[in-house]
Design a protein around this ligand. Structure first.
Ligand SMILES: [Zn+2]
Length: 108
């Protein structure tokens, strides 16, 4: 629920007085946010926030890591195992995957 609230907090000042059609959100895989459950809580929240037709669209960003053990750069699509796919070391640097951005709005 908190991510939905955060989205609403970002959108609200831009939406002031306008009709919001689409809210586009970029979200990193490491956020462990399930788009289905986010969409569900958004449908509850948007009425309360007085933007009843605002659709939420997601762009999920895969996580990227640099392994400190073997030096490999890897893309990770599962948020549940943050380790190097090559050597299975957990000593990794996370380069991407924690994004949480409202990238654009369609208003009318
Ligand atoms: Zn490695």
């Amino acid at each position: 629920m908190s991510l939905c609230q955060a989205i609403a907090n970002i959108v609200r000042p831009y939406a002031a007085g306008k009709h919001v059609d689409v809210v586009r959100v970029k979200i990193g895989a490491l956020r462990q946010a399930v788009p289905d459950s986010l969409s569900f809580c958004w449908t509850l929240l948007r009425d309360y926030e007085d933007m009843p037709d605002a659709e939420l669209e997601f762009e999920v960003v895969n996580a990227e890591i640099d392994c400190r053990s073997c030096g490999h750069h890897s893309t990770i699509d599962s948020p549940w195992s943050l380790s190097c796919p090559d050597c299975e070391s957990a000593d990794v640097e996370v380069l991407r995957g924690n994004e949480f951005l409202v990238t654009s709005l369609d208003v009318s």
